[in-house]
Write a protein that binds this ligand. Structure first.
Ligand code: AMP
Length: 413
């Protein structure tokens, strides 16, 4: 028996019917971001493992459990990228982008890889749209970034969108808050999940993400970072909120919003949709003022977000459809070469045109024309005649092929 393969667990094939919406989303995002002055960057799909350990944070779930890491033939430790911010900051430093006028505004789109337990909306290879504004700590940049994602989601009609907004403060106030939170957790140690208990010192904030009942109860009485912002951070956060209010972007304040990555400072946010199940996050991000320096660059404040393409498509709901043809050129046996020349000419003029490649009879070709949804067909008879047929009404008339082609090209499909 020859072997049969399936796509690996947690991965999927994007079939032609699924790719239409994906392409529409790409075009909408690309237009919105280009209009807002963002340039597209493409970084490699794998990077040095150390980049993510350093950039994303050694204590995060992503680095501890979810990376697809491997050694190459030269013994170098490499990892399929689990997120894009670390790679983009690496590129910013590597290419000396801090010497450009600031901020540098970048976006990317592509596949990402996390070894997570697959379920609806959660995959091991998924796609993200990612936006970064590097080189400014102005609250305007936080607001612009959030307004852009809000606009993209609303522009393509994602239903049930909600925005949660918080601030994690600066590293100093967060460190003090972490101590306070760790003490709170220690005083409720027996109520916590084993996972949270083992990470009290390493990463107490992650306890807010737990769905363990005892942990949740403990967290309900915990102070939040929003109660502990220092005056600069509080002022920054007030400014961001004010700008969102002015822009008419609605949000809910959430002092428990942590996000699963270590690099965030100050603003954090997450967009969700009530059309998604347990995996309700459409996208999220925040400010990461220390990351560029952490990766060897100068002190450089920055803000950005990533949105999950599959999540957005899931929230939009099914609308699988393949693009339909403008013209199908059917041809009797001796006329196939003319058919190929005709579709090539039509395609050159911007029409979607196709022909039979499976040796079907004229009758079979007309059935095929119908299946493709073509609105018109050209029929090349074995006597050299040419007919233009309206596929909806069934009306057809004979004319010279060159005349038919001119007419089709002028009608623009
Ligand atoms: P994160 O940076 O982890 O918040 O990821 C940003 C966005 O990517 C999330 O809000 C999701 O929409 C999407 N995402 C993250 N992980 C996955 C996954 N395993 N499968 C599908 N989408 C994901």
């Amino acid at each position: 028996m020859p072997a049969r393969f399936s796509a690996p667990r947690g991965t999927f094939d994007v079939l032609p019917a699924d790719s239409v919406r994906r392409a529409e989303l790409y075009v909408a995002a690309s237009q919105a971001l280009t209009r807002a002055g963002y340039g597209r960057i493409e970084t490699p799909v794998f990077e040095d493992t150390a980049l993510f350990a350093r950039g994303v944070g050694a204590s995060t779930d992503i680095v501890q459990k979810e990376m697809f890491s491997f050694e190459d033939q030269g013994g170098r430790g490499l990892t399929l990228r689990p997120e894009s911010t670390a790679s983009i900051c690496r590129a910013y430093v590597q290419h000396g982008m801090h010497k450009l006028p600031q901020p540098v505004k970048l976006w990317c789109w592509g596949p990402f890889f996390r070894h997570e337990r697959p379920q609806a909306g959660r995959f091991r290879q998924f796609h993200q749209l990612d936006v970064e504004t590097i080189g400014t700590d102005d609250p305007l940049a936080d607001a612009e970034s959030i307004i852009l994602l809000d606009g993209i989601l609303r522009g393509i009609g994602v239903p049930g969108v909600e925005l949660r907004l918080g601030s994690l403060g600066s590293p100093a106030s967060r460190a003090a808050y972490r101590e306070e939170l760790a003490a709170h957790l220690r005083s409720h140690e027996n109520d916590l999940s084993a996972d949270v208990r083992s990470r009290i010192d390493q990463n107490p904030l992650r306890a807010f993400d737990s769905d363990h009942a005892g942990t949740r109860e403990t967290m309900a009485s915990a102070p939040t970072m929003l109660d502990r912002l220092d005056s600069d951070d509080a002022e920054h956060f007030e400014a961001v909120k004010g700008l969102l209010d002015q822009a008419g972007v609605e949000y809910t304040l959430d002092g428990t919003l942590v996000r699963g990555l270590d690099y965030y400072t100050r603003t954090v946010f997450e967009f969700t949709s009530d059309r998604l199940g347990a995996q309700s996050a459409l996208g999220g991000g925040g400010r990461y003022d220390g990351l560029v320096a952490e990766l060897g660059g100068p002190e450089t404040p920055a803000v950005g977000w990533a949105a999950g393409i599959e999540r957005i498509l899931l929230a939009l709901g099914e609308r699988a459809e393949e693009p339909t043809l403008d013209v199908f050129v059917a041809a009797a046996d001796g006329q196939r070469e003319r058919a190929l020349a005709a579709v090539t000419e039509l395609r050159g003029a911007g029409l979607r045109a196709d022909l039979d490649l499976a040796g079907r009879s004229i009758k079979g070709q007309m059935k095929q024309a119908d299946r493709t949804g073509a609105s018109r067909a050209v029929v090349l008879g074995d006597d050299g005649s040419a007919k233009l047929r309206d596929m909806d009404s069934g009306e057809q008339r004979e004319a010279d092929l060159a005349t038919i082609l001119v007419e089709l090209k002028e009608s623009g499909g």
